[in-house]
Design a protein around this ligand. Structure first.
Ligand SMILES: [Zn+2]
Length: 166
């Protein structure tokens, strides 16, 4: 039994927390755990378990945050949402801001806006601005775009799984 399965069978507080209800209906809890997507390649197992099963805000540790922002890999309470997330129109095409914007996990919002974590944007902007050679810049952009694809694909799997578990 992996740590992940063990942890999942001991904790019941994430988007997959209905395992308790399923147990009441007679389905063994551990039979549901394999439906949970594998840990993403770029996350540690403890971080993944914390995200999937611990209903705490990742910024202020408020309890009872059941919704996971899978694309951002955080749980965030309403109060912290206002501080740490932003929603804006995408920057003008062919600008550095647009390039950075496209390398940051985000989701669509109303009126053509996109929402993302401010710290994600700042981290990518800092790394990108520290690059000095065009080759390194090209490599960084390509790697970020691959990572974003992986994050979105994995987030979709998590969203489907979380919906199915309710
Ligand atoms: Zn919070």
């Amino acid at each position: 039994m992996t740590f992940f399965v063990l942890h999942a069978s001991l904790k019941h507080c994430g988007p997959f927390s209905c395992t308790n209800q399923r147990l009441a209906s007679g389905v063994p809890r551990q039979n549901l755990v394999p439906n949970i997507p594998e840990k993403p390649l770029d996350m540690s197992e403890p971080a993944w378990i914390h995200l999937a099963f611990d209903p705490q805000c990742h910024f202020c540790w408020a309890k009872g945050v059941r919704v996971v922002e899978w694309r951002f890999r955080v749980r965030i309470c309403g109060k912290c949402n206002k501080i740490h997330m932003t929603t804006s129109k995408p920057p003008a095409k062919d600008s550095t801001e647009s390039l950075i914007h496209d390398m940051v996990p985000q989701r669509s919002s109303k009126k053509g806006n996109s929402t993302y974590l401010i710290r994600d944007y700042q981290a990518v902007a800092a790394k990108y601005s520290a690059i000095t050679s065009p080759e390194d810049s090209k490599t960084f952009v390509a790697e970020r775009k691959e990572l974003i694809k992986h994050i979105y694909t994995h987030a979709e799997q998590c969203e489907v799984c979380a919906v199915q578990s309710f």
